[in-house]
Design a protein. Structure first.
Ligand code: ADP
Length: 386
């Protein structure tokens, strides 16, 4: 048998999986169970991206998705034995700054943070429970999206509310920490002089945020108490005047559930374009509303990159990652326009070919494209638990 590590990321209606060998940084298999509960679909791919057979069966709950993934692994990787499991968990609360071994006490603790992330945390925990049932007795670890930010300076950890709310946990937690952790580690290995400097990372996927990383540590991030703050995203609003929420409650008479639906699922690129949450579709569409949605995305991104640099007193490197950051040369080029004041100037040929370094040789700030790898961070944490 080949000893293997399983990385899991359980969302509200999806389960992302990756299987890695016990040593080595290339996955044996990656996969996604999508639209769990509706017409769920499970797709698995081998190392080379070729689709693999999946076990038949229902996909209506996280537990069923987990079972089908495991049955499929028996078909696709018959000689692999899962010896540790790592989970992505959105919220580790105010103190957890590192991955943690999963036991009953941790599950109880993490359930207490569910009110801070009601749309994500309960699903993450369901995924863990399903995996504990399927893999009893092997080490399982949780990797928190908040952990990387836990040593923010106080001014980036608080809101200007009465102090009692801070003590109750109303703080700027920051998210996407698993991705930032990967980027910081990658820079430490490949560009130590930048790792030891001031780096702004823009993680631009369906969710999007930016983070100021100095000497490998997060000092500020655009996401705050929830994953709504900061940049506009596929369907989330990004930064919003809290007065808007009061108005929605008092004048429009929306309930908390309706407001959550509006801010998390109907806003961002989708809300502005009236068309799609998908950047590819907006870039291809050419409607004035799609163009405005992109204009807003780029403008807010430029603002936040400036804000993150200000938090560090300057910038040595800007890193793009996530589906949009890694693939859209247009968004990268537009974001870097009029950023000469920050020493940012890109080489359009390098940008167009998605080179690793896309800044021009004379630019003061290095601009990079680094494909992020959250699963690898989770796998490394699970390995460490063995
Ligand atoms: P998630 O946050 O769900 O992991 P991804 O990191 O995969 O999401 O990012 C998804 C986003 O990346 C979508 O908006 C998608 O349109 C965008 N994207 C992927 N490929 C391209 C591309 N070639 N050009 C522009 N946008 C792209």
């Amino acid at each position: 048998m080949t000893r293997a590590i399983l990385a899991l990321n359980a969302g509200s209606s999806s389960l992302k999986v990756a299987v890695y060998p016990e040593t080595g940084d290339r996955p044996l298999l990656t996969g996604l169970a999508d639209r769990i509960g509706a017409e769920g679909k499970l797709t698995l791919r081998d190392e080379g991206g070729v689709a693999l057979p999946v076990a038949p069966g229902p996909l209506t709950t996280q537990a069923e998705a987990m079972r089908r993934v495991i049955e499929s692994l028996r078909i696709d990787l018959p000689v692999a034995e899962i010896v540790a499991v790592g989970h992505r968990v959105v919220h580790g609360g105010p103190d957890r700054d590192a991955p943690a071994h999963i036991d009953d006490a941790l599950l109880e603790e993490l359930a207490r943070y569910a009110p801070f992330a009601p749309l994500h945390q309960p699903h993450n925990l369901n995924g863990i429970r399903a995996a504990l049932a399927e893999f009893p007795g092997i080490p399982q670890v949780a990797c928190f999206d908040t952990a990387f930010h836990r040593h923010h300076p106080w001014v980036n950890d608080t809101f200007a509310l009465p102090r009692a709310y801070y003590d109750k946990g109303v703080r700027r937690y920051g998210f996407h920490g698993v991705s930032y952790d990967y980027i910081a580690g990658h820079l430490a290995e490949t560009a130590p002089h930048l790792h030891d400097g001031r780096v702004v990372v823009a993680h631009l996927g369906n969710g999007a945020s930016a983070c100021a990383i100095q000497n490998g540590r997060s000092v500020a991030s655009t996401m705050g108490f929830s994953a709504l703050d900061g940049l506009p995203m596929g369907t989330r609003c990004g930064q919003l005047d809290p007065g808007v929420v009061l108005y929605l409650m008092e004048q429009e008479r929306l309930t908390p559930a309706q407001i959550a639906d509006l801010l998390y699922k109907q806003s961002g690129l989708l809300g502005l374009s009236g068309l799609s949450n998908d950047m590819r579709e907006l870039e291809a569409s050419g409607t004035p509303e799609a163009a405005q949605a992109i204009d807003y995305f780029v403008f807010r991104l430029q603002r936040e990159i400036g804000a993150m640099a200000a938090a560090m007193g300057g910038i040595d490197a800007l890193v793009f990652c996530g589906g949009i950051g890694e693939n859209s040369a247009t968004i990268r080029a537009r974001t870097c326009e009029r950023m000469g004041w920050m020493g940012i100037e890109i080489d359009h040929h390098r940008n167009g070919s998605h080179a690793r370094v896309i800044s021009s040789d004379l630019a003061r700030t290095t601009v990079m494209v680094i494909p992020t790898d959250e699963a690898l961070v989770i796998v490394r944490a699970a390995r460490a638990a063995l």
